[in-house]
Structures are given as structure tokens and as C-alpha cells.
Design a protein around this ligand. Structure first.
Ligand code: MOS
Length: 711
């Protein structure tokens, strides 16, 4: 064994330099294992049986014939499953989504609700038995229809207040030279990440171990601990590689039912969801109906801003898609009103999905701004610059950096915005009408308390341990660069281990806060470790370890509005005889804190913008009024943008370090989707002269609109 000598000249500069994924080779060679494929001895397989009615009561679960089928070990349902606790405040400081607490009563709240888990020796036996299981229901009429005018819509506080209001909206609208008053809708959208949800649960020496695909191992461990009333030290959740999450990979029916079955059978049980099951079990983005009213003087300065959003939720849980929240950050007005309201329907519980609130909210608000620019005869970028607020329009707090104007200036220069003819429907190239559009983006830049440990090993390398989750973002690689700089060593001297709740509490890969939260904890531990090592000293065989906890340090973020910002640009071509819309190019310039790894950061931003194209033109889950379920709940029926739909997309950034963050990070996970759909829709208007206020902008909508129909 070689013995390291400490105190050499520190190496820095890893942060900000492009670095391929540290686990890239493992992923492309298949060596990286995902939750559903890790082998276990004595593994049994569970298959969920889902309700075929949209509302009602379970009268009977005919387990007898199924228990006699080959390989079947047990059938869990509301009559025999362990009882769960859902009356608690979890790690994220909010009550749990009780949707995951399966088999607790005989109510059926929506189509595709889990009514039983059939466990067998093989997945095939479990599936066959689950499909043969006869469940009888008392059916009740269901209500699945979200409309803007529903009298039962009510404001709900989610992670932000349901309503904000200042000034007299009606008076300011009446006094405005230009008014926009329009309704915008966005459809039900699904995460559709590549890797389906999968979990294996087992009891090992008195500890529950769950091998899972999730966005936070300590988060899932905390929720399972509380639901099953276990001792926190008795639960370990691991999740090493994750094929996408987008907000959907928290605690869900598959982990909970696997833990139930492992407890009952006292052997490892795996539950994997099918793509179709995911459409009713793993959350989705609620459709929204939004009304935006803007009033401005002749100079384009906003006198009135009213943004009201209504989303659907289930009868099990009130989930708010806070679409009006974006208006609380972007623009001020003499009278300013926002509300996020929900309607409870007999549908699955929606959940966070990439840019929750901001993604659909920015479509409505940024499209309305474009309409106002048209009415005022002011360039859309100039209109936004004239309405740049000094402080948070609702909070009144100063911004910790608001570089939106810099994004627009750089974006306009690179996109070639100057000299743009604002008139719509005037550029033609063969069968195509051409147009360009822009929109602003913002997303909160927060951080969650995290702990990390950093060990100086005797061989001169360093091991970082943190319960981080790399859901495909490149977080593991970013953290390697951050740790290397904080330690003053080369990146190949740093090993970052993540995805294990035994590493201690850490924030989730969510809210664009993952890398920022974890980098903070790693930096704190690494700096202390460097200070502690005696220059020229030797490291003992067991290494030297320092632990950090950022809970107290995060107080530095209070008292300011913190957001990433961006300017989105799109050019589209529209064939009004076929209704086809093609995005020809996109550019996004972001002010999103210090960029740790330009390679994976660009992937995040371009990925978000690609979601924006998909949201603008393709994605839409449609519910059948008769059955209450979805038409075509699979990736054939649910259309996401494919390679052929995605043109050259360029993403870049302006210098924007967060002064209060030890690394300067803000967060880049979600800001890329914000405003992207609006930029496309605004470009479609510029091409055709028709405003599309309902997403997606399908060919039939383009055709009907050209015929003069309201779409
Ligand atoms: Mo993201 S919707 O915060 O996982």
C-alpha cells in the first residue's frame, strides 16, 4: 500500500470544465445495473392488479382460484394487507401523498387504482394470476371533467400560497390602454421516463432493505419508515442508477406493496411496473385551465396582471400545479393577482413533473405577454425589458441576481432577432410559413439540507459519500468535479458514492436543487478535511473522514428572491394545408448560476427545451369520459417528440454565480423547459397570424384555425 503525503499544491479548475460522465462506460457497456435487474436469491415477484372502474367500492377479491395457480405465493388486498400510517409530516416538511398507501380500504378513487398484489415465484406466473384475479365492484358514477368555470375550484396552498392579491385589478384594467384577456389550456402530460419504476424489498438481519429507482434514497427511506412505523435505523434504501425521474420517482405503490409482501412472506419481493401501469400509478402533470388578464399603458408598462390557474387533482390528495406562481416572480403591476386552484375529480393523483407550475404557467403568461406586445406595437423583448421588476413583485424581496436582460440581449444577438418584422403571416418558403418567437424563463433556485462525508484514503484517493441521486442529470459527475476542486486534487483521485440512505440525510433530486444542495455539503466537508490534514503528514490506514451538515448554513439563502432565468427563442415552419408545425431551430440563453459541468449542463438545458417542443406540439393524454381511463396509455398512444421532431437546439449561459453559494451554483434542472412551449407558440402566431392558446398545437387545430375556427 502506498501512503499519501498531504499538503501538496492544490489543483483546482475542474468546475467549469467539460467532463464526460464518470459512470458513462458502465452505462454504455451494460455494467450499470438498474433496480429491476439486480439479482437476489429467493426472489419472488409481485404484480399489481388495477381497478377497472373509475369510482366505487370493492365488493370482493376472489383470491381462491388465483392462489391455486402455479407458483402463486400470496395475494395482498385491502382485506389482509398491513395497515399504514399516512398522518405525518415527512422529510420534505409536507404531509405525504397518500396515493402510495395501497390496500388500506375498499374505496376505488380512479381507474387503474391498485386493488391487489399477486406474488409468485416468477414474474410470468404473477402476471398471469393477476390478470386472472376476479375483483367485483359496486360502481358509482365518476366525474373526470376539468373546465375553467367549475364552481368547485378552490385555491390551495401547495409549496406556495394559493392566492396573492394587491391593488384593484378591475380599476387598472379599465384604465389600461391595451388589454389582453384570454384563456389558455395545457393537457394532461406524463413523465414517460425511460426506466419504469421498480423496487425490490427484503428483510435482512432485522433491517428492511429496498433497492429502488428513485429521486432520493433518504426521502424514500423516511417515508417508508413512517408509513410502516419502523425505526429509522431499520430501513435502508439504495438506488444507484436511475433512468429518469422528472418528479415521478418518489414513494409509490410499487415500493409500498413490495415491502408489504416481503414482510408477509419474509423473502425478497420485487415489483416492477409496466409502462401502462405507470400511466395511472406514478403521477402526471395535471391539465390546466388558465386565464390571464394583462393591462398596460401605451408605453407597455403593466398596470394590471391577473393570472388564475385551475388544475385537477384526485379525491385522495390535493396536488397543486402552481402555474400562476411564475407571475409572482416575472412581472410586477400596479394591481397584481394570482391564484392556483384545484378541482377534485375521480382521476389519479397528479404530481410534480419537470418545471411543476412554471412549465404550464409560463406557456400562458409568456403567450399573453406576446399578445400584449402585439397590441402595444412594442417588440416582445423590449416589452419584457420595460417590465423588469426591481424586487420580487409579490415578496417585495430583492433578487439575488436577476440576469434576464443579459439573457435576452445575448440571445437576441445570437438568434438574429434585430430587424425582425413583427407582422405575422408574411414570410413564406415554398409550402411553409415561417415565424420566430421568444419567451422568458425562470425557476426557483433553492437548496435542501444535506449531509456528506469525505474520506482521505491512505492510498491518496478520496471517497465522497452522499445520499444523492443521479437520475440521468450527470449529478454524480458534477459532484466529482466539485469535490476535486474543494479538495484541491485531480478528479481521478475522487470517488463519489451516491444512492444509499445509509450515507445520511440528503436533499432530493428535485426542484432543480439536487446538485446545488449536495455540492454545498461536499464542499463543506472537503474544505474541513483539507484544513484538518497536517501538511506533510501521513494518513492512517483507515483514512481520515469528515462529515458535514448544511442545515444551518442554508440560512444564508433567506431574505432574497432566488431564481434562475432564461430567454427562449424558436423558429418554426408551418404548412397550413397539412397543419404540420416544424420547429427549425431553438436557442436558449440562461442565467442559472455557476455551471459545474458544461457538457452535462448543456444536456439538461437542451433536454428541457426538447420537452418544450414536445409540450408545444405533441404531448397530450386524453381521458375517455365513459370509462374514466386514458385512451392509449402507452408510448404509442402518448406521443413524445422523437429525433425527427427535434432540430438543432443550442443552449448557453451568461455569467451568473450565486454569491451566497459556496460553489456559486443555482440549479439548471428545470429552467430549460420554462417558456419553451410559449416561444414555439409565439413563433406559430408569427408564422400564421393565429394564436394557439390550447396545447398541443396539433395539425387538426392548425387546420381548423386557418379555417377561422376558434381552437
Ligand atoms: Mo422535479 S419535477 O422537481 O423532479
Amino acid at each position: 500500500m502506498t501512503t499519501a503525503t498531504t499538503g501538496v499544491t492544490p489543483i483546482t479548475g475542474a468546475v467549469g470544465t467539460a467532463h464526460t460522465r464518470v459512470e458513462g462506460r458502465a452505462k454504455v457497456t451494460g455494467a450499470a445495473r438498474y433496480a429491476g435487474e439486480i439479482p437476489f436469491a429467493e426472489l419472488a415477484h409481485g404484480w399489481l392488479a388495477l381497478s377497472t372502474v373509475s369510482r366505487g367500492r370493492i365488493l370482493s377479491v376472489e383470491t381462491g382460484p388465483v392462489l391455486a395457480m402455479p407458483g402463486v405465493l400470496t395475494v395482498l388486498h385491502h382485506g389482509n394487507a398491513p395497515r399504514l400510517d399516512t398522518d405525518y409530516i415527512g422529510m420534505l416538511g409536507v404531509p405525504p401523498d397518500p396515493t402510495a398507501a395501497v390496500f388500506q380500504n375498499d374505496r376505488v378513487p380512479h381507474a387503474g387504482w391498485p386493488v391487489a398484489l399477486v406474488v409468485a415465484e416468477t414474474p410470468e406466473q404473477a402476471r398471469e394470476a393477476a390478470e386472472a384475479l376476479v375483483v367485483t365492484y359496486e360502481r358509482e358514477p365518476h366525474d373526470i371533467e376539468l373546465t375553467a368555470g367549475r364552481p368547485d375550484a378552490h385555491p390551495v396552498d401547495g409549496h406556495m400560497p394559493g392566492m396573492t392579491e394587491k391593488g384593484d385589478i378591475e380599476a387598472e384594467l379599465a384604465a389600461s390602454a391595451h388589454v389582453v384577456d384570454e384563456e389558455y389550456t395545457t393537457p394532461e402530460e406524463h413523465h414517460a421516463m425511460m426506466e419504469p419504476h421498480a423496487a425490490t424489498a427484503l428483510w435482512d438481519g432485522g433491517r428492511l432493505e429496498v433497492v429502488d429507482s428513485n429521486q432520493g434514497t433518504t426521502w424514500v427511506a423516511d417515508e417508508l419508515t413512517r408509513m410502516f412505523s419502523l425505526d429509522p435505523s431499520a430501513v435502508r434504501v439504495r438506488s444507484e442508477h436511475i433512468g429518469g425521474g422528472f418528479g415521478s420517482k418518489g414513494v409509490r405503490a410499487h415500493q409500498v406493496s413490495a415491502v408489504m409482501a416481503a414482510t408477509v412472506l419474509q423473502r425478497p419481493v420485487r415489483v416492477v411496473l409496466t409502462r401502462r401501469q405507470m400511466f395511472s400509478l406514478t403521477g402526471y402533470r395535471s391539465p390546466t385551465a388558465q386565464r390571464v388578464r394583462l393591462g398596460a399603458g401605451t408605453d407597455g408598462r403593466l398596470r394590471a396582471l391577473d393570472h388564475r390557474s385551475v388544475n385537477q387533482t384526485s379525491t385522495v390528495w390535493e396536488f397543486v400545479e402552481p402555474s400562476a406562481g411564475v407571475a409572482r416572480v416575472m412581472y410586477d403591476a400596479d394591481a397584481h393577482r394570482t391564484s392556483n386552484e384545484v378541482v377534485r375529480l375521480d382521476v389519479p393523483s397528479p404530481t410534480w413533473m419537470r418545471g411543476p407550475g412554471e412549465a404550464p404557467g409560463s406557456f400562458a403568461l409568456e403567450a399573453a405577454l406576446d399578445e400584449l406586445a402585439e397590441r402595444c406595437g412594442i417588440d416582445p423583448i423590449e416589452l419584457r425589458l420595460r417590465n423588469e421588476p426591481e424586487r420580487g413583485p409579490v415578496s417585495g424581496l430583492p433578487f439575488a441576481g436577476r440576469n434576464l436582460a443579459a439573457c435576452f440581449r445575448e440571445g437576441a444577438r445570437r438568434f438574429g432577432w434585430a430587424g425582425r418584422d413583427p407582422r405575422p403571416g408574411t414570410r413564406r418558403e415554398g409550402r411553409w410559413l415561417l415565424g420566430t418567437g421568444t419567451a422568458a424563463a425562470s425557476f426557483p433556485a433553492g437548496a435542501l439540507p444535506s449531509t456528506a462525508s469525505v474520506t482521505a484514503e491512505a492510498d491518496g484517493t478520496h471517497t465522497v459519500r452522499i445520499a444523492a441521486a443521479d437520475i440521468g442529470t450527470g449529478a454524480r459527475t458534477a459532484l466529482t468535479l466539485v469535490a476535486a476542486d474543494a479538495l484541491g486534487v485531480a478528479t481521478d483521485r475522487v470517488r463519489v458514492r451516491i444512492g444509499d440512505s445509509d450515507f445520511g440525510p440528503a436533499g432530493i433530486a428535485g426542484g432543480s436543487m439536487g446538485t446545488r444542495s449536495w455540492a454545498w455539503a461536499i464542499t463543506a466537508a472537503a474544505r474541513e478535511l483539507r484544513d484538518r490534514l497536517v501538511p506533510g503528514g501521513t494518513i492512517p490506514p483507515e483514512g481520515v473522514t469528515v462529515r458535514s451538515d448544511t442545515t444551518a448554513a442554508l440560512g444564508a439563502l433567506a431574505q432574497k428572491e432566488r431564481h434562475s432565468f432564461g430567454a427562449q427563442f424558436a423558429e418554426v415552419a408551418v404548412d397550413v394545408t397539412t397543419g404540420e408545425v416544424r420547429v427549425r431551430r431553438m436557442l436558449g440563453i440562461f442565467a442559472a448560476g455557476r455551471i459545474v459541468n458544461p457538457l452535462t449542463a448543456r444536456g439538461q438545458l437542451v433536454g428541457g427545451m426538447t420537452w418544450g417542443i414536445s409540450m408545444a406540439l405533441h404531448e397530450e393524454a386524453v381521458r375517455d369520459r365513459a370509462s374514466g381511463g386514458l385512451y392509449g396509455p402507452d408510448l404509442a398512444g402518448y406521443h413524445v417528440a422523437g429525433h425527427a421532431d427535434v432540430p438543432e437546439i443550442e443552449a448557453d449561459w451568461v455569467d451568473d454565480p450565486d454569491p451566497e453559494d459556496p460553489v456559486g451554483i443555482k440549479g439548471i434542472g428545470e429552467v430549460g423547459i420554462v417558456g419553451a412551449a410559449a416561444a414555439v407558440a409565439n413563433a406559430v402566431w408569427h408564422a400564421t397570424g393565429v394564436r394557439h392558446r390550447n396545447l398541443p398545437i396539433r395539425p387538426d387545430r392548425v387546420l381548423r384555425a386557418q379555417g377561422g375556427a376558434r381552437v
